[in-house]
Design a protein around this ligand. Sequence first.
Ligand SMILES: O=C(O)CCC(=O)C(=O)O
Length: 306
Amino acid sequence: MLNIPVGITAADVTFYQENGYLVIENALSPAEVAELRAETIRLCRGEKGDIRGVLPAPADATDDAVMRQYLCIHFPHKLSEVMLKYLAHPVMVNALTHIIGANVKCMQSMLFIKAAGKPGQAWHQDEDFIPTRDRSLTGGWIALDEATIDNGCLWVLPGSHKAGILWEMQKQDDPRFDCTDESFGFPYRDEDAIPVEVPAGAIVFFNGYLLHRSLPNTRTSGYRRVLVNHYMSAESLLPWLPDATTRMALTDYRDIVMIAGKDPFAYKGIVDLAKPHVRPDKMGGCAYPDENLKDANTPYDDDHED
Ligand SMILES: O=C(O)CCC(=O)C(=O)O
């Protein structure tokens, strides 16, 4: 039984076009949020299949001990029917077909767990990482916990998508952020940013050219869990290959899931490319946790609660 807010309004679409983001509260019911949280634990326990950087959890490890290991799991929808289902949640589909157009595909999911003490992500524009040809990239960020300033909500620079410029990027070693490169040189100040604080069950939509970041989870316990999926117009090719080592783009990345309308390029078929993996959180270095931990006895020795 869905708690669906009515579909988005013309005023919502105008707000999104002007500001580059939009919040829909009560998009998911409490039962749906609970389903995604339960699946998050199964993924972190390694019960859904191989995820690079996720170690099989001992049966007696607590849910907290297991979840606290991981900042973020990339491509959970490749292993989990539950995560796959929520790519095309009715509220998501309704909003995206108004924002993007009738034909919408998804190419990426990321499951942030972001336990207390974990870092945020520095200023960036998602089109730097996932370059569409028609600037249609849109994030659909599903809050599985309330997201607040103190647990590391999103911050956005409203209207920054409008220039249509991808700003320069550089490596950064700011301890507030994970290992991802940061955008710089843009004509906006940190003071112009606004926090996007939302309750659990909300979806935040944001444009692929919008400058956004998140700060660390500074609470002493708990999580800021989010399932964020990325979508684009099915009419655009996607010159992308999510392989940080080669950086070799395909002409058209076809490991996609259609979530609305028709795929004009269905004749190309779908291929299986993305491999689920953990995002290094910098606190343990920028290598994968399995590489960091290969000499350690077990990551579960320290089973304390905050
Ligand atoms: O939720 C976060 O902490 C960062 C998410 C983000 O920046 C993104 O999905 O592009």
